[in-house]
Design a protein around this ligand. Sequence first.
Ligand code: FAD
Length: 321
Amino acid sequence: MSGILVVAEQLDGELCDVSGELIGAANAIKTGVGGPLQVLVIGKTAKDLAAKVNLDGVDEILTVQTESDHFDPLVYEEIICKAGSDARPSVILIGHTASGLAYGAAVSARLGSGFASDVFILSMDGDELVATRSAYGNKLEMELGFSGKGVVLLTLRGATFVPPETEGSAKITPVEVDLAALEGLSTHVEYQEAPPSDIDIAKADFILSVGRGIQDKDNLPRFSSLANKLGATFGCSRPIVDSGWLPKPHQVGQSGKVASNCQLYFALGISGAVQHLFGMKHVDTIIAVNTDPGAPIFNVATYGTTVDLFELTDALERHFN
Ligand SMILES: Cc1cc2nc3c(=O)[nH]c(=O)nc-3n(C[C@H](O)[C@H](O)[C@H](O)COP(=O)(O)OP(=O)(O)OC[C@H]3O[C@@H](n4cnc5c(N)ncnc54)[C@H](O)[C@@H]3O)c2cc1C
């Protein structure tokens, strides 16, 4: 066994960003792993999508045409197991996404592979693959090895690895997989678009986030307007979303979005629970405003102040008005 198999992800015929990121991650370990880098594209439009994953470092693109572009985890599981046994890669990379999570563990169980999810660093220790993920509510980072495993399947965190910038010259190979055994096992009912949002926490480089410390929904416009004036993306902690004050795309944290590209994070009235820190503690510069000097947010803050957040906001508003 040798080589890497990347499973491209698409949503209703559109290639997802994570596909290029998986290829970027694969390139970083390709020499150490040895063998070819293959990308598997599944869907009705697989041949069209192949051109979009023909990126630097890719040796071969395997296309499997299916009747529909609608995601079906059983179809992905079957095809990857077939491709996994034919191509015999030693590493399979899929996105740590709603789709990837729907089939990743099942594929791993069928192949008897090593497995790790939500991996955010990939490296080689000699000829051994090392995957880094967090544990215990993000309090620890674990480096995992997979000795004795012929094949390892990893789900990689999105917006973390850098996609190749240049095109590749991979050969494209159509592959037939018999899916007859899956007939009648699942039915596609409907595809529902998520409500549109112009907020992208994962891509923002400057985020101003508010937490329960802002006390009331009526206070929100002050902070969203301040974020706007400062040129920051407006984020929040989970209680703000759970109370229905802001929609989900604004939420930073474990069950929200990770601020992957953020350089400056301004936290107003956020205590710093581990689930919130999961989404932002890695940011270069964190400025925390919290009246409680013992708030855990100060453990990760670069700069912190215990002034009242409304007092500070008044001062900033006076300056920027
Ligand atoms: C499975 C699971 C997933 C979760 N996922 C997430 C997630 O993705 N994101 C997330 O954020 N949370 C998440 N949580 C919730 C998390 O545990 C915390 O409950 C939440 O982060 C707390 O939000 P907060 O800091 O806004 O509120 P609080 O903890 O209530 O903190 C408010 C802070 O504001 C300060 N404050 C009050 N008034 C002022 C003032 N006038 N000036 C300055 N400071 C003031 C207080 O001192 C306090 O520290 C999750 C929880 C679970 C169980």
